[in-house]
Write a protein that binds this ligand. Structure first.
Ligand code: SOE
Length: 384
């Protein structure tokens, strides 16, 4: 059967540009779908670099002005893989032009901006999604399934952390390619929007909404040279962020993230403790889900290490034979597969811009509480 072509125009060619491009290129090799993404154009200000990226990944053409890309009649879907401060403006224009939009996380610089983005895509009725990829690690998707089946019973605790160590050096500049995550004007915030946002997205998905938070943040290195100005400038991002939360279902939570945990490169873990059972997951061991069920027979009761590689595990029948693992890049492929299936079935897959807004509301409350020193209420999504 011939596929419906979906012409992709991607904006940005960094780390995320690569993960997304790989997903668009690979998805139809492994998933049987009506739609087929076509790598139509890559857009970036630096024409030579965009050209090199296009040649490496197989994009048919290059643009250096995203407005021109959006104006093109042959583009169906705009993928925003550029820094955070560009998301909103691009999304507004893409929605007005009726394009489908995939946007890198976090959705926006803050909740207010994210609200406007949600309004724009919902008014345009255009399919939209945010790249919170960790939902689609098969072990994490299985956790969602087990919770949905009620196996954990009432949830008491949610505990998440995301630890890295790549910004400890005082000599690391802020701003510019690769280092814009250290520049608050471009990133919006530090680890709160970059790393905790992942933990929050997963948590909202697995455990429902968060009512209130109390947080602390710290900026360990207060001044850094700015790559673009050459001057030493005040650092505006949070280097570390931790918060306590109360979920609407009555459970208590702790969240922590930092880029100053020497020895940790991307240690994302979460644990959920319920009345009957507990779940633990670790990104460094992403194909395993640790599961403890108190209802097991007493003598052999204990933590089970489930190897999520069997064909009845989420997504796994699309890959190799049972027992063989997949990795980080596959989470993006799964996200594209679900997006395309959502188009064909008319049942949009999340996380939508609306879901991204919910996460931005939590990060707003975290940053507000870190300043006020008080518990802060999390703004809740309004019904449509
Ligand atoms: C930061 O180092 C980063 O690349 C994040 O921006 C990503 O979202 C995360 O998945 C890995 O770490």
């Amino acid at each position: 059967m011939s596929k419906k072509k979906l012409n992709v125009g991607i904006i940005g060619y960094g780390f995320m540009g690569r993960t997304h491009s790989n997903a668009f290129r690979t998805v139809n090799n492994f998933f049987d779908l009506e739609y087929e993404p076509v790598l139509k154009a890559v857009c970036a200000r630096d024409g030579a670099k965009a050209k090199a990226f296009a040649a490496q990944w197989g994009y048919e053409s290059v643009e250096t002005d995203w407005k021109k890309l959006i104006a093109r009649k042959d583009i169906d879907l705009i993928d925003i893989a550029s820094p955070n401060n560009t998301h909103a403006e691009i999304a507004f224009a893409a929605a007005a032009a009726g394009k489908m939009i995939l946007c890198e996380k976090p959705l926006a610089m803050n909740g207010a901006q994210a609200e406007a983005m949600v309004k724009a895509v919902e008014k345009a009725k255009t399919p939209n999604m945010v790249w919170y990829n960790y939902r689609r690690v098969p072990a994490v998707t299985l956790a969602k399934q087990l919770i949905g089946e009620g196996r954990l019973g009432r949830i008491f605790h949610y505990r998440a952390k995301f630890l890295q160590d790549w910004t400890i050096s005082k000599d690391l500049p802020q701003g510019g390619a690769g280092l814009w995550r250290l520049d608050a004007k471009v990133a919006g915030s530090g680890v709160t929007g970059d790393l905790l946002a992942h933990c929050i997205d997963t948590a909202l998905w697995l455990n429902g909404s968060i009512d209130k938070v109390t947080a602390m943040t710290e900026t360990f290195v207060k001044e850094r040279k700015h790559t673009l100005t050459g001057k030493v400038e005040k650092v505006g991002i949070d280097d570390a962020s931790a918060f306590l939360a109360r979920f609407s279902n009555g459970s208590l939570a702790t969240f922590e993230s930092t880029r100053y945990a020497r020895g940790h490169k991307a240690l994302y873990t979460f644990e959920i403790n319920g009345e009957h059972a507990s779940i633990f997951w670790d990104l460094h061991d992403l194909h395993r889900l640790q599961y403890f069920d108190h209802r097991d027979e007493g003598l052999t009761r204990g933590w089970r290490s489930l190897h999520i590689t069997d064909s009845d595990h989420p997504y796994m029948k699309n890959w190799w034979v049972p027992g063989l693992q997949i990795g980080y890049e596959h989470t993006f492929i799964h996200q594209v597969a679900d997006f395309l299936r959502g188009l064909q079935d008319g049942a949009p897959a999340g996380p939508s811009f609306r879901d991204g807004l919910a996460t931005d509301y939590v990060t707003d409350a975290v940053l507000k509480s870190a300043k006020s020193g008080r518990w802060e209420k999390v703004k809740q999504l309004r019904k449509r």
